[in-house]
Design a protein. Structure first.
Length: 195
């Protein structure tokens, strides 16, 4: 299969990053870190920025062993992110830490009132919906939506078969549809008017 211009560009960036070129490392970081941080936040990381940095330290350490195209690199990055998240959650559970922090309550965050209100409405509702899912279904949905991974890539990240990921996604979507149906109020129809 011939390489596309995007593949050649990725190959050049990857080669430069392996050689230690700061611009190439920055390009890999900027291309993937926001999605990694969003994934970690959606999955409950207490310090998504710190964890994102840890993820990329590992990714950059392992660049020499990585083989593949841009899509494989994205899967590789999210595999590392998922494993780091599991480590964080495991460590917190051993310590008995259960307090949940949210991005909207982070005092370091500065935005306009309009931006914050809009983000809270969308993000809070989406996270509430995802929080109602079992952990395995939530992992699949966050990796599919936030990380924009294919079913095959999600299977690789989670160490599951493709069929299992498809089944988890199907169950998650069915549960989300059911939950959305329960939260909606029916519109008043012609029979609902006063007689």
């Amino acid at each position: 299969m011939p390489q596309t211009p995007a593949d050649s560009s990725f190959d050049a960036v990857l080669a430069a990053a392996r050689a230690g070129a700061p611009w190439a490392c920055r390009e890999l970081w900027e291309g993937h870190a926001p999605a990694v941080a969003a994934f970690l936040t959606a999955r409950g990381s207490r310090e998504p920025d710190d964890l994102t940095s840890d993820v990329f330290l590992t990714v950059f350490d392992r660049l020499g062993a990585f083989r593949g195209d841009a899509a494989a690199f994205r899967s590789f990055v999210f595999s590392v992110a998922y494993r780091r998240l599991v480590d964080e959650l495991r460590m917190r559970s051993r310590r008995g830490e259960t307090e949940q922090l949210s991005v909207s309550s982070d005092p370091r965050r500065a935005s306009s009132a309009e931006d914050e209100a809009t983000a809270r409405l969308g993000d809070a509702a989406a996270l509430r919906l995802l929080d109602g899912l079992p952990a395995d279904q939530r992992d699949v949905m966050v990796l599919r939506i936030v990380a924009d991974l294919t079913v095959e890539q999600v299977a690789g990240v989670l160490g599951k078969r493709t069929g299992a990921v498809k089944a988890l996604q199907r169950r998650a979507l069915a549960r989300l549809a059911k939950n959305l149906g329960e939260t909606r109020t029916p519109a008043a129809g012609p029979d609902d008017s006063e007689q």
